[in-house]
Write a protein that binds this ligand. Structure first.
Ligand code: PEP
Ligand code: MN
Length: 340
């Protein structure tokens, strides 16, 4: 529920509303806007509580939200949210585009340094690289772990780019929080609720990827887990869903972008690399993402795909990425978007 307060509400009245909200079993979130103050209520909506709150002096209206996600909803927060990454060096949302690029996995200091140099020069603003890799086979490369995180941090600092990396387990949260600027929750973990709660306890931004068989509503409900813990910095990522089509790795649901934007204030970016798995399709799908008003793209780049430890076949070569960035910049300018 959302309690809309009168424009002339007094401070003692606001405090009384907050007390009553807690007595009724909800967790209040006070939001002071330029023109209005509202209180978001975390808890189960019910008619009795709505009636009780409506009777309090200073309350103008009580809105019951029928959507199961509250804090993620547009009703709760009308403006687009802008998520700062790397102490505000890069902003995502509200017209600011994230251009996240890098290899699937951190493989070595020299290797990452070379790729980071290329993507930075091309105009990417966030460096990616997995240190903990979710692999279908337990015998496949699992990532460099903490050594990989340190390399990612060092190289990010060298090229002056914030870094994002996947966290797969609650036990890894403190480590990833220490070394990275942004958590990535992968498709396979989108509904790992303990992990969502754990990153929700931090204040580091979270890149939440859509599960491969998750609906848009499931994705927003997962975002709600992070927001409900008090971390407002969530960026969603469409990365394709499983389908009958077998000529692409997944099926890119481009309509998820405007679909999410209609229902939520959270930024949403698109990952055409994991969505298509094909370098010949990635550039056009990246362009389509920005045209669909996504808040950025997430692209895997490798300077020697045949030697990559994971996802080599879908990596763009540095010159391909540079040419894509040239096109994305032109499109962004045309649409009045900025790339920090
Ligand atoms: C990745 O970004 O490397 C990754 C594993 O992505 P996803 O979780 O979308 O499969
Ligand atoms: Mn990958």
């Amino acid at each position: 529920m959302i309690v809309v307060l009168r424009t002339d509400v007094s401070e003692p009245q606001i405090n009384h509303v907050l007390e009553r909200v807690q007595e009724l079993g909800f967790e209040p979130r006070l939001i002071r806007g330029e023109f209005r103050t509202i209180v978001g209520l975390i808890g189960d909506d019910n008619k009795t509580a709505a009636g009780a709150l409506e009777a309090i002096p200073g309350v103008e209206q009580v809105l019951r939200i029928l959507k199961p996600f509250k804090m993620a909803s547009r009703e709760f927060h009308k403006e687009d949210s802008i998520v700062p990454v790397g102490k505000g060096k890069v902003r995502i949302g509200g017209g600011h585009l994230a251009m996240i690029a890098g290899p699937c996995a951190v493989e070595s200091l020299e290797g990452l340094r070379a790729i980071a140099g290329h993507v930075k020069k091309a105009g990417a603003n966030i460096l990616r690289g997995g240190a903990f890799k979710p692999r279908t086979s337990p015998y496949a490369f699992q990532g460099m772990g903490e050594d990989g995180l340190k390399i990612l941090r060092d190289v990010g600092d060298e090229v002056d780019m914030p870094v994002v990396t996947e966290v797969m387990d609650t036990r890894q949260v403190p480590l990833v929080e220490k070394w990275a600027d942004m958590f990535q929750i992968g498709a396979r973990n989108m509904q790992n609720f303990d992990l969502l709660k754990e990153v929700g306890q931090t204040r580091k931004p979270v890149l939440l990827k859509r599960g491969m068989s998750a609906t848009v509503k499931d994705l927003l409900m997962s975002a709600e887990y992070v927001l409900a813990e008090g971390n407002p910095n969530v960026v969603l990522c469409e990365r394709g869903v499983r389908s009958f089509e077998d000529s692409t790795r997944n099926m890119l649901d481009m309509s998820a972008v405007p679909n999410v934007k209609g229902q939520s204030h959270l930024p949403i970016i698109v990952d055409p690399s994991h969505a298509t798995g094909r370098p010949d399709l990635i550039p056009s799908m990246a362009m389509a993402s920005v045209a669909a008003k996504a808040d950025g793209v997430h692209v895997e780049v490798h300077d020697c795909p045949e030697k990559a430890f994971s996802d080599g076949p879908q990596a763009l070569l540095p010159p391909q990425f540079a040419s894509l960035m040239d096109d994305l910049r032109k499109l962004a300018t045309l649409l009045g978007r900025t790339i920090d």
